[in-house]
Design a protein around this ligand. Structure first.
Ligand code: AGP
Length: 617
C-alpha cells in the first residue's frame, strides 16, 4: 500500500517527485523519502510522518538533480521511522531502491548477506532487496552501467518470494531508472524528453496522460528519451500498450472542498450518472453491459453467482446479493475475498464469479480472482481503476466510472458499485422473467436517483449538527433490514475508519440476540428504516432501544413522520423503489461519519493505520 514516483528528464526532479508523492499520500503516509542522482553520488532525504515533513527538508536543500526516485510508506516491516523510510541503499551506497510490496523470504536473504559481511541500517525487507540488487550489480559481468543495472535487477528478482513494485537507480548510471512489478501496480508515464514511473497514474497525470500499465514480471528501463519493456520471465514476451488516462489533474484535486471525502460524497449524483451512461436501453427495457463479453445465451446458462470483495466493496456485494436474487432469481452468494481464496467453494461450469474492487489492486481480491480462474470459472471484475491488475486479469467486467477516489474512506465508489449491481440484476432479470414493463420501471427509478441524492446533500448542515451531538460517543450501533443491512454495515465501517469510534452493523432483528445488551444512554443506535415492507419491524426494534434509554438516529423516507415521536433525531431520504434504497440511505451515513470525524479532529482523508489500496496481505 505504499506509493512510488520516479522521474528522469529535462526538469528538476525533486518538485515533480514531491508533488507526485503528495498525490499518492492516500496510499500510505507513515514516512516518505527521495533519492536523487548527483555528480557526487546519490543523495537521499527521508522523513518519518507526513510528506510535508519531507517537503520541508528537501526544499531547504533544493537539490538540482533531474533523475530521482521517491516513496511514501505504509509500514509493513519496521516502525515508521526515518531509518525505515524508503529509499534504501545497498552496501556500496551507490544504488538506491524504492519498493511497494512484501518480500516474504527477506530473512533468509538477509542472513546470507550478513554472512557475506553486509550491514543493515533498518528493519525493513526493502533494504534487504536493495542490498541483493547491489550485490548482483557488483558481481555482474556487464561493463556498461545501464546494462549492468538492468542485469542486476534481472538476476536479483527471481530470488525473491513475495510482491514488489520497484524503482532502482545507480550512481554509475545517470541516464536510467529501472523498474519492475509482481503483485504491486507500476505504471510508466510517457513525456517529451522525460519519463516517469508511478504506483498510480494520479501521481503523474499533471505531466502526461499517456501511460503504460505494466504487467506482472515486466521489467522496464526509462531514460530521458525513451523506454524499454522486457520480461523477467524469459518464457514470456512483455505486451506493451499505451493508454490514455481518462481523467485530468483537476479531477484528482479537492477543488472547493475541505477534504477529498466530502468532494467525493458530493460527486455521487454525477458518478452515478457516469455509471449509468450508455448502459440503459429503453428499447429493450434492460441494461447494456458489453464488457461482460457474454452473449444472452451464455448469460442465461448461469445458474449461480458468487460476488467477492473486501471492505466497502464487500458491502456493495451484499447489496448485489439481494438485488440478484430479487430481480433475477439466481442463487447468489457473497464471500470476503480473503476467505474465498482459501475456501474450497463447490462450483459448476454454470457458476459465474464477480470480484468487486475500486482500486483493482487489492491483493486479497486479486487472489480470489486468480483462485476462481484456477477453478476454470469465468471471473468478471466490477472495478473503478481502469487498466488495474484486476481489470486486466478478469475475463471481462464493468468499469464503474466513478473517477479517482482519493479519500481513504470509500463513498462514491460504493454507490457506483451498487449501481452496477443493479444494472447486472436488471440484465439477468430481463433474461429470465422480468417483463419489459418491469424493466422500464427500473430504468425510470435508476435515472431519478442522482437528483434524489442532490436533495439529500442539501441536509448536510442538519447532519453536521446531529454529528456534533454524538461526536463523543464511545460506540455506535448501525441497524437495518434486508437491503439496508449492508448499508448498516457500510455506515459502521465509515464511522470506524475515519472517526475511530467503535461501530458495528447488524440486521435489526439481531438486536434481541445479544446486541441489545450494549444499549445504554451514551451509546447511540442508527436505524436505517425506510418506509418499506419491514418498516413496522424496524419501529419495534427502535422502541426496544428507546425503552432502554438508548439514543436513536433514524434514516427514513420523506413523509413518513411516525419516527418523529420515538427517535431522537430523524433524517429523511426521498421515496424510491425499495430495492434501490441503499443508494439513498447510505448518503446521510457518509455525511454523519464525515462530520463526526471532523468534530473529533480526525484526519478524514488519511485516517490512522489505513491506506487507500491494500496491496499487501
Ligand atoms: C472502505 O472505506 C475502505 N477504505 C476499505 O474497506 C476498502 O473498501 C477495501 O480495502 C477494498 O478496496 P478496493 O475496493 O480498492 O478493493
Amino acid at each position: 500500500m505504499c506509493g512510488i514516483v520516479a522521474y528522469i528528464g529535462k526538469r528538476q526532479a525533486s518538485p515533480i517527485l514531491l508533488d507526485g508523492l503528495r498525490r499518492l499520500e492516500y496510499r500510505g503516509y507513515d514516512s516518505a523519502g527521495i533519492a536523487l542522482w548527483t555528480d557526487g553520488g546519490i543523495d537521499v532525504y527521508r522523513k518519518a510522518g507526513r510528506i510535508e515533513n519531507l517537503r520541508k527538508a528537501v526544499s531547504e536543500a533544493n537539490p538540482p538533480g533531474d533523475l530521482g526516485i521517491s516513496h511514501t510508506r505504509w509500514a509493513t516491516h519496521g516502525a515508521p521511522t526515518d531509518e525505515n523510510a524508503h529509499p534504501h541503499k545497498d552496501q556500496s551506497g551507490n544504488l538506491a531502491l524504492v519498493h511497494n510490496g512484501v518480500i516474504e523470504n527477506y530473512i533468509s536473504i538477509k542472513d546470507q548477506l550478513l554472512a557475506e559481511g553486509h550491514t543493515f541500517q533498518s528493519e525493513t525487507d526493502t533494504e534487504v532487496l536493495a542490498h541483493l540488487v547491489g550485490k548482483c550489480y557488483d558481481e555482474g559481468e556487464e561493463t556498461e552501467p545501464q546494462a549492468k543495472l538492468v542485469a542486476a535487477v534481472q538476476a536479483a528478482l527471481p530470488r525473491v518470494k513475495g510482491t514488489f513494485g520497484i524503482a532502482v537507480i545507480h550512481s554509475d548510471a545517470p541516464g536510467v531508472i529501472v523498474g519492475s512489478r509482481l503483485g504491486s501496480p507500476l505504471v510508466v508515464g510517457l513525456g517529451k524528453d522525460e519519463h516517469f514511473l508511478a504506483s498510480d497514474v494520479g501521481a503523474i497525470v499533471a505531466h502526461t496522460r499517456d501511460v503504460i500499465y505494466l504487467n506482472d514480471y515486466d521489467l522496464v528501463t526509462i531514460t530521458r528519451h525513451g523506454y524499454d519493456v522486457s520480461s523477467l520471465d524469459t518464457n514470456r514476451t512483455a505486451s506493451v500498450k499505451v493508454s490514455r488516462v481518462d481523467f485530468t489533474e483537476d479531477d484528482a484535486e479537492k477543488g472547493k472542498f475541505e477534504h477529498y471525502m466530502l468532494k467525493e460524497i458530493y460527486e455521487q449524483p454525477q458518478s452515478i450518472r457516469n455509471a449509468l451512461r450508455g448502459r440503459l436501453s429503453r428499447d429493450e427495457a434492460t441494461a447494456v453491459l458489453g464488457g461482460l463479453n457474454m452473449s444472452p445465451m451464455e448469460l442465461r446458462q448461469i445458474d449461480r453467482i458468487i460476488f467477492s470483495g473486501c471492505g466497502t466493496a464487500y458491502h456493495a456485494a451484499m447489496v448485489g446479493e439481494y438485488l440478484m436474487e430479487s430481480l433475477a432469481r439466481i442463487p447468489t452468494e457473497i464471500e470476503f475475498a480473503s476467505e474465498f481464496r482459501y475456501r474450497n467453494v463447490p462450483t459448476t461450469k454454470s457458476t459465474l464469479q464477480f470480484v468487486v474492487s475500486q482500486s483493482g489492486e487489492t491483493i486479497d481480491t486479486l487472489a480470489a480472482l486468480r483462485e476462481a480462474k484456477r477453478k476454470g470459472l469465468r471471473c468478471l471484475g466490477i472495478v473503478n481503476n481502469v487498466a488495474s491488475t484486476i481489470a486486466r486479469e478478469s475475463d471481462g467486467g464493468v468499469y464503474i466510472h466513478a473517477g479517482p477516489e482519493i479519500g481513504v474512506a470509500a463513498t462514491k465508489t460504493f454507490t457506483s458499485q451498487v449501481t452496477i449491481m443493479t444494472l447486472l440484476s436488471l440484465l439477468f432479470g430481463r433474461i429470465h422473467h422480468l417483463s419489459s414493463t418491469d424493466g422500464l420501471e427500473m430504468i425510470d427509478e435508476l435515472e431519478a436517483i442522482p437528483e434524489k441524492i442532490e436533495s439529500i446533500l442539501k441536509q448536510a448542515p442538519r447532519i453536521k449538527e446531529i454529528a456534533q451531538k454524538y461526536a463523543n460517543a464511545e460506540g455506535m450501533l448501525f441497524m437495518g433490514r434486508q437491503l439496508n443491512y449492508p448499508v448498516a454495515m457500510e455506515g459502521a465501517l465509515k464511522m470506524k475508519e475515519i472517526s475511530y469510534i467503535y461501530a458495528s452493523g447488524h440486521p435489526s432483528a439481531e438486536l434481541k440476540h445479544g446486541i441489545i445488551a450494549l444499549v445504554k444512554p451514551d451509546l447511540p443506535s442508527v436505524f436505517i428504516a425506510p418506509d418499506d415492507a419491514v418498516f413496522d419491524k424496524n419501529v419495534s426494534n427502535i422502541e426496544e432501544v428507546k425503552a432502554r434509554k438508548g439514543p436513536v438516529i433514524a434514516v427514513t423516507t420523506e413523509g413518513c413522520t411516525d419516527l418523529e415521536r420515538i427517535a431522537d433525531d430523524v433524517l429523511y431520504v426521498p421515496p424510491c423503489k425499495s430495492i434501490l434504497s441503499p443508494l439513498l440511505t447510505v448518503v446521510p451515513l457518509q455525511l454523519l461519519s464525515y462530520y463526526v470525524a471532523l468534530a473529533r479532529g480526525c484526519d478524514v482523508d488519511k485516517p490512522r493505520n489505513l491506506a487507500k489500496s491494500v496491496t499487501v496481505e
